[in-house]
Design a protein around this ligand. Structure first.
Ligand SMILES: [Zn+2]
Length: 286
């Protein structure tokens, strides 16, 4: 594990908001598992693969500082993976969110809101962390955690597929805490930050719109995990409701482009955020 890798914290200024990407761990996945029915000859042109066809994916919690609050969108892989799990998931860089926050002069106790786009282990892994004595606790103990009610229903009674990626060790402490806020479709927890349920990837998957002054960004969660997924038909095979994903992307992407929005990326090692033109070319990036 390359825990000594120098941390870089990509940054974007959005009106009065300050956005930073935090080091939530990197893993390698079989590109076929990520791109599904899209032939490798097509996806490999847009996204780099190693000779075996594996692709590297970041898991980057996104810190948003608004004049009113500190928010984190998704939480990375966390520090609870066993050595065996790290091998299975080919984790090449560990979770260093506390360190990243420290570099910005912040601590995990300062965070007011955590937004989970959904509860899969690669997004909710950092909700609970092991402290120095190996005891689990909420990573952001003072934050309200916003999850769609439909997502939470699925966590409590998962289907055969979702049960594989909702891990009790990531969510049990949240269940028994008073730090959970269930969202019914949409919510603006902080001025300029709007949650919108989309479904598609999971039952209660949500995206986040950020608006400050004239500047707009959207965190599309795993509907657009990296820039290669611009085509609405390119959905991950992990999507539980792929037709829903296609329909949502057909609306969401043009809506973003119309507003000259930044698309914030969670799983993209090649860019933290980008702007697209209508043909899907990346015209600006961070
Ligand atoms: Zn993901």
């Amino acid at each position: 594990m390359k825990t000594t890798t120098k941390i870089s914290l990509p940054r974007l200024k959005l009106g009065e908001f300050e956005i930073n990407w935090l080091p939530g761990g990197v893993f390698d996945l079989d590109g076929g598992c990520m791109f599904g029915v899209v032939p490798r000859a097509l996806w490999a042109k847009k996204f780099p693969a190693d000779p075996e066809g594996f692709i590297s994916l970041t898991n980057t919690p996104i810190l948003v500082r608004t004049p009113d609050a500190l928010l984190v969108i998704d939480t990375g892989l966390g520090n609870k993976l066993s050595e065996k799990q790290k091998k299975i998931f080919r984790v090449t860089q560990g979770w260093r969110v506390e360190e990243g926050l420290g570099m910005l002069g912040l601590s995990r106790h300062d965070i007011d809101h955590v937004i989970l786009t959904h509860c899969d282990f690669d997004h909710a892994g950092g909700v609970v962390m092991y402290g120095e004595k190996g005891m689990p606790s909420l990573t952001f103990p003072n934050a309200v955690h916003h999850v769609q009610r439909t997502e939470w229903d699925d966590v409590l009674q998962p289907n055969r597929r979702s049960a594989c990626s909702y891990w009790n060790e990531n969510l049990d402490l949240l269940k028994s805490s008073d730090r959970l806020n269930l969202v019914d479709e949409s919510l603006e927890p902080v001025a300029g930050i709007a949650l919108q349920r989309t479904g598609g990837h999971t039952m209660g998957h949500q995206v986040v719109w950020l608006k400050s002054g004239e500047e707009i960004a959207v965190h599309p969660g795993d509907l657009l995990p990296n820039h290669a997924y611009f085509n609405p038909l390119w959905v991950t095979p992990y999507d539980n409701f792929p037709l829903e994903s296609v329909a949502v992307k057909e609306k969401l992407i043009p809506e973003g482009i119309d507003q000259n929005a930044w698309f914030l990326m969670y799983h993209d090692p090649t860019m933290a955020a980008c702007r697209f033109d209508r043909e899907g070319n990346v015209v600006e990036r961070v």
